[in-house]
Design a protein around this ligand. Structure first.
Ligand SMILES: NC(=O)C1=CN([C@@H]2O[C@H](COP(=O)(O)OP(=O)(O)OC[C@H]3O[C@@H](n4cnc5c(N)ncnc54)[C@H](OP(=O)(O)O)[C@@H]3O)[C@@H](O)[C@H]2O)C=CC1
Ligand SMILES: O=C(O)CCC(=O)C(=O)O
Length: 441
């Protein structure tokens, strides 16, 4: 598909009557929030009369910074900084994961919350966008310390979360166990069991079948649809993956099951490659046992950073933001990039990939499978009636395919990238809801 960069001849958006943005919100901001703002600028000319409301997208609705003090096992007191940001709630309660990572910042969480608004609207689940995080390297905590930190964080953000207000879920370095502690802490503090306050819970306490695999399954489903559009067969396709956790690991497994060759994988411990295809189930076992892909015997070591230029058809960044930049996008040999991670590609890299004719399927549609099944979990919790895994997967695949078809058609209509097309579909829905709700309480 010919992808046009934002054209000068597209209609100018009406100017909003707004004071200059404070520095932490403006475009000069480097990092994920600055990237998000540039993405909003690219969609604005396509929003028609709704462009009047576009400033709504450029600032979070609500942002909470919390101090999380805990007693460490050695008796000292440690303080961690935590965040919960609700970017937009025009279409429903806030929804989005919680990340534990040493590099988490407020502006990163703002961007991740904003991408949740766009993603939730792109797949048309009835949520706004939110995200949370704690600036901590959880690998340095014992299980007891991790539990105490999670529970204190949940109590601190308890003033803005709730089943009808904002519903956290897993993200990087958080899992079912962390969700169980969050649900239990919120329930104890409010005096009633509230299964619907978080999703991604263990199955035995209101979790949904299929949630753990849902993001990877969504990545795979969207990749199959996109491959069909460019005449690429999935069987025999060469796949390279950065990040082999929940998203990258499951997506890699599904590609391998479909007959693709997973030829290269990288995580923070190193890279591994095998032109005949890595044995993905064995690699997953190795990662579970050792904590990373390095040292896997079924392939050769690949130096960190070489994954981007590795010969493959499908490249899946599934780790963190800002991985594909103007420094390495030129090296990419893949036919498609499917964004499993949130925000892995900078706008400059997007343009370089577009100019090379590489199709980029953006995060805000490609990794929406997780939140889609989180929505199913929330619905099941409210009705206390649980669905079979087949039913969940069928509904997930239908939503992902329909959403991708709408985005593809929008990209064709406006001759824009799939990212701008997804933003057109999603931001139109968000701002239409904003317009219908009006401004005054
Ligand atoms: N979980 C979910 O449902 C969803 C997650 N996402 C997004 O997908 C991405 C991955 O999340 P998830 O799989 O849940 O997280 P996990 O914590 O399960 O896995 C993260 C993976 O990324 C690797 N990684 C981290 N930093 C780097 C780096 N600098 N270079 C190479 N690899 C790195 C980690 O390796 P190591 O363990 O060695 O550090 C690990 O393999 C994130 O962007 C997240 O926001 C999006 C939608 C839903
Ligand atoms: O399942 C959810 O609610 C959100 C998952 C998430 O954080 C994401 O899609 O980035």
């Amino acid at each position: 598909m010919a992808i046009k960069k934002p054209a000068a001849k597209t209609p100018a958006a009406p100017k909003a009557q707004t004071h200059a943005l404070p520095s932490y919100l403006d475009h000069q901001h480097l990092g994920p929030w600055g990237v998000y703002l540039q993405q909003v600028d690219r969609v604005t000319p396509y929003l028609g009369h709704l462009a009047r409301w576009v400033e709504t997208l450029k600032r979070p609705k609500r942002a909470l910074i919390v101090d999380v003090p805990i007693e460490m096992d050695n008796g000292t007191i440690a303080h961690f900084e935590g965040y919960r940001v609700q970017h937009n709630v025009s279409r429903g309660p806030g929804k989005g994961g919680v990340r534990f990572h040493q590099d988490v910042t407020l502006s990163e969480v703002m961007a991740l919350a904003a991408w949740m608004s766009v993603k939730n609207a792109a797949v048309n689940v009835p949520y706004g966008g939110a995200k949370g995080g704690i600036r901590v390297d959880p690998r340095n905590l014992s299980q007891g310390e991790l539990e105490r930190m999670t529970r204190r964080y949940t109590s601190e953000i308890g003033i803005i979360i709730g089943p009808n207000k904002d519903i956290p879920a897993p993200d990087v370095n958080t899992n079912e166990k962390v969700m169980a502690w969050m649900m239990d802490t919120y329930s104890m503090n409010t005096g009633a069991t509230a299964t619907g306050v978080v999703t991604g819970k263990p199955i035995d306490m209101g979790g949904s079948l299929g949630r753990r695999e849902a993001t990877g399954r969504g990545v795979f489903t969207v990749a199959v649809e996109a491959a069909g559009q460019i005449g690429l067969g999935i069987e025999g396709a060469r796949v390279a993956v950065q990040g082999f956790g929940n998203v990258g690991g499951i997506a890699g497994k599904l590609f391998a099951e479909a007959g693709s060759l997973v030829v290269a994988v990288e995580d923070h411990t190193g890279g591994i490659c095998n032109d005949k295809g890595l044995n993905v189930p064995k690699l997953l076992e190795h990662v579970a046992k050792t904590g990373g892909v390095a040292g896997f015997k079924g392939g050769e070591a690949l130096p960190l950073g070489e994954l981007w230029g590795y010969k493959c058809d499908i490249l899946i960044p599934a780790a963190l933001e800002g991985q594909l930049t103007k420094a390495n996008a030129g090296k990419v040999k893949a036919k498609m990039v499917i964004e499993g991670a949130n925000g892995p590609t900078t706008p400059e890299a997007d343009d370089i990939l577009g100019d090379k004719g590489i199709l980029v399927v953006p995060d805000v549609i490609a990794n929406a499978g997780g939140v889609t099944v989180s929505y199913f979990e929330w619905v099941q919790d409210f009705s206390s009636f649980f669905w079979s895994e087949d039913e969940i997967n069928q509904r997930l695949v239908k939503i992902m395919k329909d959403a991708f078809a709408t985005v593809w058609q929008t990209a064709q209509q406006h001759k824009v990238s799939l990212r701008t097309a997804t933003f057109i579909v999603a931001c139109t829905r968000i701002l239409h809801a904003r317009e219908l709700r009006g401004l005054y309480p």
